[in-house]
Design a protein around this ligand. Structure first.
Ligand code: FPP
Length: 254
């Protein structure tokens, strides 16, 4: 017997893929796909506001993306700057906190400053959090976490003998406050995680949508949430432990 949790996800993390293919199929430059991708991101941020979701993570730029043609990288930074300028007001009006994961210090100065300002301005908001993964890579994150943890040991803030997952994981970019994603969603039909939240996704459900990111919308997003709600999450236990089957006698009494 299969038991679904029926629970609403608390955190969804999205790999927004397929902008380039969307553009190519229309004979448009790749950047046009990214531009439409921004609109899809905006739509999903708003859709998330109509759900019980507390954390939405968007993978906007990976450490590997620097290898793209310089024009495309520059255009992506411009679009990001534009996206943040427009979203700032929405975040403030809706009391949504902004967090970033990744080496944002290596982004162009104007983007870096803009992000830091919005993070600061929204830092006291408690209800919902938008997390943007920028210049992010899971392997880089692990290396940065190891460095941070070792430094903390040297400074007497962490005790190596007491090192467990809780103690180490607070040195990841997601810190002690961002919970692991319940669902990882990737668009464009690719079935891989591409160096995204590899440690935090240890028990995440994974949903691969065939839709290219610029075509992704509120309906597709709600469909992914429905998929999640039908999943049975076991975290290494048996199905009966997680959700005990109701004995027939008990069923007849209800
Ligand atoms: C994948 O498309 C997407 C990216 C490289 C990230 C850029 C994402 C956006 C512009 C959308 C929203 C951005 C923000 C800032 C929230 P791809 O170029 O890898 O597509 P392809 O695999 O079809 O070439």
């Amino acid at each position: 017997m299969k038991h679904s949790s029926g629970q609403e996800p608390r955190h969804i993390a999205i790999i927004m893929d397929g902008n380039g293919r969307w553009a190519r199929r229309r004979g448009l430059p790749r950047i046009e796909g990214h531009r439409r991708g921004i609109e899809a991101a905006r739509q999903v941020v708003r859709a998330a506001g109509d759900t019980e979701l507390r954390y939405l993570t968007l993978f906007a730029f990976s450490v590997e993306n620097w290898q793209r043609p310089r024009d495309e990288v520059n255009a992506l930074m411009d679009l990001l700057h534009h996206f943040l300028r427009e979203e700032r007001r929405y975040l403030l009006e809706n009391r949504i906190r902004l967090r970033c994961i990744g080496r944002i210090e290596d982004l162009p100065e104007r983007v870096n400053t803009q992000i830091r300002d919005i993070i600061e301005e929204t830092s006291t908001f408690e209800g919902r959090t938008l997390v943007i993964a920028l210049n992010y890579g899971a392997r880089t994150e692990v290396l940065d976490a190891v460095r941070s943890y070792c430094r903390a040991v040297t400074e007497g803030e962490e005790d190596l003998d007491q090192c467990g997952w809780e103690q180490f994981s607070r040195h990841l970019y997601t810190g002690a406050d961002i919970p692991d994603p319940d669902l990882i969603l990737r668009t464009s039909g690719e079935s891989r995680l591409s160096n995204f939240l590899l440690l935090q996704s240890a028990y995440s459900e994974i949903y691969f949508s065939p839709v290219l990111w610029p075509d992704f919308n509120r309906e597709e997003f709600m469909q992914a949430i429905q998929y999640y709600k039908q999943r049975e999450r076991r975290f290494g236990k048996t199905g009966d432990q997680v959700c005990p089957a109701v004995p027939e006698t008990a069923q007849s009494l209800t």
